[in-house]
Design a protein around this ligand. Structure first.
Ligand code: SAM
Ligand code: SF4
Ligand code: SF4
Length: 465
């Protein structure tokens, strides 16, 4: 039984299996802090340790073992209490060592690198989507000067991770096609991955071969599986035009993603959306939760609960597991990967791992933190100064500050207070709990169960948890 628990724990996490070493002598004292949260489902137990950012799901016997190690005990004590465990001493020691290691894993380095740079190629747009996180007053025809941005990014040197991604956003980026191509070609020279999000209604014409040559990945936004649903949000005729663009990109052998922002209006179409993406040959389908920002907030659009999105996708996958190949960077995949790691992160990375450049060259911590007080500098400034201000910003949103309202939350290492930019814009304070706190917490716990379900089901032969 303890062998099975060890297999599960290894399967539930990415960094697993290594360095367990031999068992321990009967004299070693084991003392493992009880978990901060314990949930039971069908005889299995989810344990979560908040500050350590560690969790696992184990069977009832291992749960009992960990209750006993809440007080200092030796293996000999344990076997005295449960003589039938005598033959499993080695395995018990391995389980306890594994949990101890999980709880003790080291904090990430304080010196972080920039992992993503978002660029608003322009804030002008030919559409006026009800969901848009931009407000009308932010729309401006100014175009990003790609040369100035490239000069700044080059100066960042090793502060820019070699695995960084460059995201081209807007407004509508293809209202500045020269900028899109210049940035994509630079990223290609630097071997960085580069993606662009487009509404798919600006004709791409002869740009498609250049997009392919530059290795640019394209996301086409489509907010529904049905034309009626999408067009109610993104404007009449936008469904057909966007779908045609997506198909032209796919025919041009470009990595193409269909992206839907999930709200109450399109929540019922999750399955149809995944099947639409598969039917047209898209590389990915990306379903993201709506943020209450800009026009979306002004229009009082109701976000779909994250838990409902995840449950909806999980139900589709249970029905047709082959759809999972489409899910690489959507909410489901992000959350699945997030909980696979035990986490010691102190913030979402805004300002420390991400930057956003506006068309006028202004640099901000991330795409959702673009108000004047948050500005870190401009592309003309010395990178050290921008990075130093980013670090200050990151410290300001850290959940490890005792004064942060999320400090004592059991899932804080994975939630990281939600999106602080959204919190600031909605509530006028960066360090509040997220407006969607309860849903975020439930979603994380759901994904922990969901993540281990495959392992557990495999081992126990159960059909579901
Ligand atoms: C702001 S758009 C800019 C690029 C382009 N105009 C487009 O629509 O793809 C970038 C992405 O953010 C998504 N988006 C817009 N408003 C959002 C919101 N309030 N919450 C979450 N995502 C949003 C869009 O659907 C799109 O996929
Ligand atoms: S979501 Fe994109 S297409 Fe729609 S208004 Fe905003 S920037 Fe324009
Ligand atoms: S927003 Fe809520 S769930 Fe997220 S870290 Fe804060 S208290 Fe926890």
């Amino acid at each position: 039984m303890f062998q099975q628990a060890l297999n599960w724990i290894n399967g539930q996490h990415r960094q697993s299996g290594e360095g367990l070493g031999p068992g321990s002598s009967g004299d070693q004292v084991w003392h493992i802090r009880p978990p901060d949260l314990c949930q039971e489902k069908s005889g299995l137990f989810l344990h979560v340790w908040g500050p350590e950012g560690y969790w696992h799901i184990v069977d009832g016997e291992t749960h009992e073992l960990l209750q006993m190690t809440g007080q200092p005990v030796t293996l000999a004590d344990l076997v005295q209490r449960r003589p039938e465990w005598g033959v499993q001493r080695e395995m018990i020691a391995k389980v306890l060592r594994k949990v101890t290691q999980g709880l003790a894993h080291t904090a990430p380095p304080t010196e972080t690198q920039i992992e993503n740079v978002s660029l608003n190629l322009t804030q002008a747009c030919n559409l006026h989507c009800a969901t848009c996180y931009l407000s009308d007053r932010e729309r401006s025809p100014q175009k990003l000067d790609a040369d100035a941005v490239i000069y700044f990014l080059e100066k960042l040197g090793s502060r820019l991770s070699r695995a960084a991604s460059i995201s081209l956003l807007g407004g509508e980026p293809f209202l500045n096609p020269e900028g899109v191509l210049a940035m994509a070609e630079w990223a290609q020279r630097r071997r960085l991955s580069c993606n662009v999000s487009t509404n798919g209604t600006v004709p791409l014409g002869n740009v498609i071969p250049q997009i392919r040559r530059a290795g640019l990945r394209v996301q086409v936004s489509l907010d529904g599986a049905a034309a009626r649903t999408n067009d109610a949000i993104r404007g009449v005729g936008s469904y057909e035009r966007a779908l045609n663009t997506a198909q032209a990109l796919i025919a041009g052998k470009i990595h193409t993603t269909l992206c839907m922002v999930a709200c109450r209006e399109n929540l019922a179409e999750l399955g149809d959306y995944l099947r639409l993406a598969r039917r047209i040959g898209a590389s990915e389908a990306r379903i993201l939760p709506l943020k209450r920002l800009g026009n979306a907030e002004q229009n009082r659009l109701e976000p779909a609960p994250q838990l409902a999105i995840l449950q909806g996708i999980a139900a589709e996958l249970a029905h047709d597991p082959s759809l999972e190949t489409l899910l690489q960077s959507d909410l489901y995949a992000i959350m699945r990967n997030l909980v696979r790691d035990s986490s010691r992160r102190g913030s979402c990375g805004s300002g420390t791992q991400t930057l956003l450049v506006q068309p006028d060259g202004g640099i901000f911590p991330c795409a959702n933190s673009t108000w004047a007080e948050g500005q870190l500098g401009t592309v003309k400034d010395a990178p050290e100064s921008v990075v130093a201000k980013g670090a200050q910003w990151g410290a300001g949103i850290s959940i490890d500050k005792l004064s942060h309202p999320c400090y004592a939350c059991v899932v804080k290492r994975w939630c990281l207070a939600g999106c602080p930019g959204e919190t600031q814009q909605r509530e006028g304070a960066l360090r509040n709990r997220h407006w969607n706190c309860a849903d975020l917490k439930e979603s994380i716990l759901f994904m922990m169960w969901q993540n281990s379900a495959a392992e557990t089901v495999k081992e126990t032969g159960r059909t579901r948890l």
